[in-house]
Ligand binder design. Structure first.
Ligand SMILES: Cc1ncc(C[n+]2csc(CCOP(=O)(O)OP(=O)(O)O)c2C)c(N)n1
Ligand SMILES: [Mg+2]
Length: 332
């Protein structure tokens, strides 16, 4: 990934830039805390952290409007926080407690919020892609102008069901934005070992779906690409693909042998391309915040995260007679 060229005058209001900083920092601090709770044995099952990729979801949420939907994979905590879900409910789901979004029965990979139009959290690689097209179909059927953000990874992009979905979405002009979060690795497989071309944004060409590559370490670039994609979908022109180049700093999940890339590669990315540092620089250099202001924001966010961890530890475990509730939906 090329080094960043910081534009001298970014096209963003200072308040919005500060909000991006807060939103990205909330995800990072939340994930750091989740990593700690996992290490303490308070989180069971799988847990995939989003650290490094924060600008993707924060930039795209800035392009979303009330009623738009989102669906993603198991690397989902950032998506939940960015769409406004309560950190307490998310953290309590990680610890498997009653106060969690799935009442402690879904865990890290299976949380939902109809209120915030967040449709999960899916553990099967690529399975959310046809579901995302289905969500977009429901909006088209109802005749509203909502769009669905369907997120998936570079590894998932090699799945057959993705292309079946592209075909159906293009055929029916569905208002779906396919967001490929290209963090350059599947579990431990570098993209260049699994994928025939270096870029994948053009993979919709065979179906007539336009695609674009975006720098996922630059929240403003992501927001701008998101606005363009949303405009396309809302105006009835059908699906759009955004390949967002990003990077995950931590392991694939909490158990990761870390043998497939060098430490130097990770630290170079953190030092040269970090998306939060980028916004921090824009804020300070633009005279919109002092180092003390930013420290105060960090303190505030740490308090929110710490309260979520307290809630997640204090909330009771689900009662035994809850075992069979919310498992099947009654067919009407
Ligand atoms: C159908 C299926 N195959 C394999 C797995 C195991 N698996 C979990 S995550 C993953 C890698 C996916 O990589 P990518 O799509 O790039 O997403 P990332 O983890 O990088 O966000 C694999 C192979 C699975 N969960 N589901
Ligand atoms: Mg990946």
């Amino acid at each position: 990934m090329a080094a960043r060229k910081t534009s001298a005058k970014p096209n963003v209001a200072p308040q919005e830039l500060t909000q991006f900083y807060r939103d990205m920092l909330l995800i990072r601090r939340f994930e750091e805390k989740a990593g700690q709770l996992y290490g303490m044995g308070l989180i069971g099952g799988f847990c995939h952290l989003y650290i490094g990729q924060e600008a993707v979801v924060v930039g795209l949420e800035a392009a979303a409007e009330e009623g738009d939907k989102r669906i993603t994979s198991y690397r989902d905590h950032g998506h939940m926080l960015a769409c406004g879900m309560d950190p307490k409910g998310v953290m309590a789901e990680l610890t498997g407690r009653e106060g969690g979004y799935s009442k402690g029965k879904g865990g890290s990979m299976h949380m939902f919020s109809r209120e915030k139009d967040f449709y999960g959290g899916h553990g099967i690689v690529g399975a959310q892609v046809p579901l995302g097209a289905g969500l977009a179909f429901s909006d088209k059927y109802r005749g509203n102008d909502r769009v669905t953000f369907t997120y998936f990874g570079d590894g998932a992009a090699n799945q057959g069901q993705v292309y079946e979905t592209f075909n159906m979405a293009a055929l029916r002009d569905l208002p779906v934005i396919f967001v490929i979060e290209n963090n350059q690795y599947a579990m431990g497989t570098a993209m260049k070992r699994s994928t025939s071309t270096p870029d994948i944004y053009h993979r919709g060409a065979a179906f007539g779906i336009p695609g674009e590559m975006v720098d996922g370490m630059d929240v403003l670039a992501v927001r701008d690409a998101g606005l363009k994609a949303v405009k396309h979908c809302r105006s009835g022109k059908g699906p759009y693909i955004l390949e967002v180049k990003t990077y995950r700093y931590r392991g694939h999940s909490m158990s990761d042998p870390a043998k497939y890339r060098t430490r130097e590669e990770v630290s170079k990315m953190r030092e040269e391309r970090d998306a939060i540092d980028h916004v921090r620089e824009l804020l300070v250099q633009g005279g919109h915040a002092t180092e003390d202001d930013l420290k105060a924001i960090d303190k505030e966010i740490k308090a929110v995260v710490s309260a979520s961890a307290d809630f997640a530890r204090e909330s009771p475990e689900p009662a035994l007679d809850e075992l069979w509730t919310d498992i099947y939906a009654e067919a009407g």
